[in-house]
Design a protein around this ligand. Structure first.
Ligand SMILES: *Cc1c(COP(=O)(O)O)cnc(C)c1O
Length: 365
């Protein structure tokens, strides 16, 4: 049997008619950028998260870059970020000339709240937390630390659409919740798309101007902006997907539970979930000391897996100038060597999953 790590057309087929109707509606409308669909999606997604405002953008990376910029963070400022995150989180900081200050993750792959205060200096402006793999970070504590030190809190929710901590949605703890709607995300578009959610009207206004060349009124440019507009087609398709997001997340939770119960190989560490946190299982990530050999065995059995992420940002070539060394963040580096993301996606069949579970249990170091 062949099991791919993702089969994107299955989620399309589930709601094919609704997607096709939405696409035709946009094609026939004669209005393709910043119109009714974007407006409606922004309203619906703000309501879904429980925030007052949503600003639709081109991508998740833009949401991060523009949040940092709109908050006035730039050259010489430091932003605390977890060392095992995806490179885009860090790019959101460095694109603005600010300096990422890495802290190690905890056993749930999220920012270790115990290590934040040691990383704070008089140049620290913000904490940028990623709810990695779909699990909410330790937000009550992290928000309290940010508060106590007068730091801005930015959340990278690119993998956590709908995940909660203590019953409160990720993206609602800090000033800015940054979302990606890249096709593989739990709330994925059919192309690139992203958004910021916030309760701060001035911040939302600034992002709205920034995404549209710095103008609110056409040709009246208030700030130096860029072009980062969510388009009508993606917004219309996202509205369909958003209306089914709860059932889509529930399906992934059910698949994760089947992995939790089915994988019994003692050489494999299953992912835990912190008390109070919820995971929407953007990824189902196991750890294994002989990860490469496990991955190879699965591949030979026809099972595709992924590594999120093999090279932590502090060791990436693009950040050599930051001067970090191997061994500086041992937990992060161990995770990079040991993590393996198993196939988990909308429309995955029981047979496919049983096959993966069987191969996982049959594998020997
Ligand atoms: C996908 C992702 C991003 C970037 O989103 P794009 O829409 O691809 O720009 C940022 N952070 C994390 C954690 C991601 O997984």
């Amino acid at each position: 049997m062949q099991v791919k790590c993702n089969v994107l057309d299955r989620q399309f087929q589930m709601y094919q008619e609704e997607y096709e109707q939405a696409a035709l509606r946009v094609l026939r409308s004669g209005w393709y950028v910043l119109g009714n669909e974007v407006h409606k999606f922004e309203e619906e997604f703000a309501q879904f998260t429980g925030r007052k405002y949503c600003v639709g953008l081109n991508s998740g990376l833009d949401a991060l870059i523009m949040s940092v910029r709109a908050l006035g963070i730039g050259a010489g400022d430091e932003v605390i970020v977890q060392a095992n995150t995806y490179i885009a989180t860090v790019l959101g900081i460095t694109e603005n000339g600010a300096v990422p200050v890495f802290v190690e993750p905890d056993e749930y792959f999220n920012m270790d709240a115990d290590k934040i205060e040691k990383a704070i200096t008089d140049r620290t402006k913000a904490v940028m937390v990623t709810h990695l793999y779909g699990q909410a970070s330790d937000m009550t504590r992290i928000a309290a630390i940010a508060d106590r030190h007068g730091l801005l809190l930015i959340e990278d929710c690119a993998q956590s659409h709908g995940a909660c901590f203590a019953g409160k949605m990720t993206g609602t703890f800090g000033i800015s919740g940054c979302f990606s709607f890249y096709p593989t995300k739990n709330l994925g578009a059919f192309g690139d798309a992203g958004a910021v959610v916030t309760d701060d009207e001035a911040f939302a206004d600034r992002l709205r101007m920034m995404r549209n060349y710095g103008s609110k009124v056409k040709y009246h440019n208030e700030i130096e902006g860029i072009n980062s507009r969510l388009d009508e087609m993606q917004a219309a398709l996202l509205r369909v997907k958003l209306s089914h997001l709860k059932e889509l997340n529930d399906e992934r939770k059910m698949l994760a539970k089947r992995y939790d119960e089915g994988i019994t190989n003692p050489a494999i560490i299953l992912p835990g979930v912190r008390d109070g946190a919820e995971s929407i299982y953007h990824q189902y990530v196991v750890r294994c000391a002989s990860r490469d050999s496990l991955q190879k065995a699965l591949e030979q059995g026809g099972i595709q897996t992924q590594i999120h992420y093999p090279i932590p940002p502090h060791l990436a070539n693009c950040y050599a100038h930051l001067g970090h060394k191997k061994g500086e963040f041992p937990i992060t580096e161990t995770y990079a060597d040991e993590v393996l993301s198993l196939p988990i996606y909308t429309g995955m069949t029981q047979d496919e999953q049983d096959y993966v579970i069987g191969q996982m249990n049959a594998w020997r170091v």
